[in-house]
Design a protein around this ligand. Structure first.
Ligand code: TXA
Ligand code: MG
Length: 319
């Protein structure tokens, strides 16, 4: 058994300690409004390499650099007019912008998987913002889970997956959004959706006009690390269930089906925001030995449903 990792409530003293650990090249998990991140100093090649090792993440999958504000973000990348528009509308918040690295960008090339672009995000969570202010350097932070598995929306989830591989978890309670940030390539004059997430397609289009997506444009690129199987519990996942077997767990949405071994409802009232916040925690709770699988009811493709369905499709993909 590995030692359980230290979990500290995110007091001023704990945030100061976390910042000092990050500056010394250690890894610290911290809450954001989307999911918990596994943080490391983005300018330190060894810290970045330690993140890839802790997650078992393939090194061709680049990391997001987190900053406390847009001014700091502008020091790292070339902001197009589109990027300025999106940052003004959605930062701080669950949006990540992929932009061209500035020639003097100090972020480790390993963090960007050798690409000449960089992914930047200014999170809204008060603990994340205070931590980033205190560190004073960009912090890379993938979701704090072993690569390919369900993302963490609580400090306990982080400890379950990564104990022994990081110095500290800052506990800021459950994540309000519960899905990762929306990743948008904003290097051109039209936004390209690389990963659906906490900012909906509808909200992006209201601010920035038509978005290029893989569904609409077969030539559209997607994120380099977007693997078909991801967010996977140990049990197999079956989508669009219209019936359920007695040895299956049911993940419901709205009025549920009868007959499952165990049932959890993403949202009784069919609210997608509530469903997003519950998604990863409920997948974990249903992932019990002895069951045959997790059956999931259909969710609409609108609003946050687009990102929820993206995660569920990957959770159900052949492993
Ligand atoms: O909500 C989030 O985004 C969380 C919190 C902790 O901030 N982080 C997160 O990181 O989800 P991660 O590493 O699990 O996902 C990062 C995504 C991947 O799909 C990666 O391929 C994409 O961002 N990405 C990073 N850099 C990129 C780049 N230069 N070009 C295209 N995609 C990039
Ligand atoms: Mg992830």
């Amino acid at each position: 058994m590995t030692e359980p990792v230290r979990i500290l409530p995110a007091t001023d003293a704990a945030i100061a300690e976390a910042a000092a650990l990050l500056c010394a090249g250690q890894l610290v998990a911290f809450p954001t409004e989307t999911v918990y991140g596994l943080g490391g100093d983005a300018t330190d090649d060894r810290a970045v390499a330690a993140i890839f090792a802790a997650k078992g993440r393939p090194s061709f999958n680049p990391l997001i650099s987190h900053l406390p504000d847009v001014e700091k973000a502008r020091e790292l990348a070339v902001f197009t007019p589109l990027a300025e528009t999106l940052a003004a509308a959605f930062w701080p918040g669950p949006l990540t912008l992929v932009l061209s690295r500035r020639p003097d960008c100090p972020v480790s090339h390993l963090a960007c998987a050798g690409l000449d672009t960089i992914a930047l995000r200014v999170p809204a969570h008060p603990v994340a913002r205070r931590l980033l202010e205190a560190v004073g350097r960009p912090v890379v932070a993938p979701s704090a889970n072993p690569s390919g598995r369900v993302s963490p929306t609580s400090a306990q989830h982080v400890a379950e997956g990564l104990s022994g591989r990081l110095a500290l978890v800052l506990d800021g309670g459950p994540c309000a959004i519960g899905l990762e940030s929306t990743v948008v390539d904003a290097t051109g004059d039209r936004p390209v959706l690389l990963r659906p997430g906490g900012v909906t397609l509808e909200a992006l289009e209201q601010v920035a006009g038509p978005v290029i997506t893989p569904e609409r444009d077969p030539d559209a690129p997607s994120s380099p690390g977007q693997l078909a199987s991801h967010y996977a519990p140990a049990l197999p996942v079956r989508l669009n269930a219209t019936d359920v077997k007695p040895d299956e767990a049911l993940l419901g949405f709205g009025p549920t089906l009868p007959g499952a071994a165990v049932t959890l409802n993403l949202s009784d009232s069919g609210d997608l925001q509530e469903a997003a916040a519950n998604l990863f925690a409920m997948l974990r709770r249903l992932d019990r030995p002895g069951l045959a699988g997790i059956a999931v009811m259909t969710l609409p493709e609108t609003g946050l449903g687009h990102a929820i369905n993206d995660r569920l499709r990957r959770a159900s993909a052949p492993r």
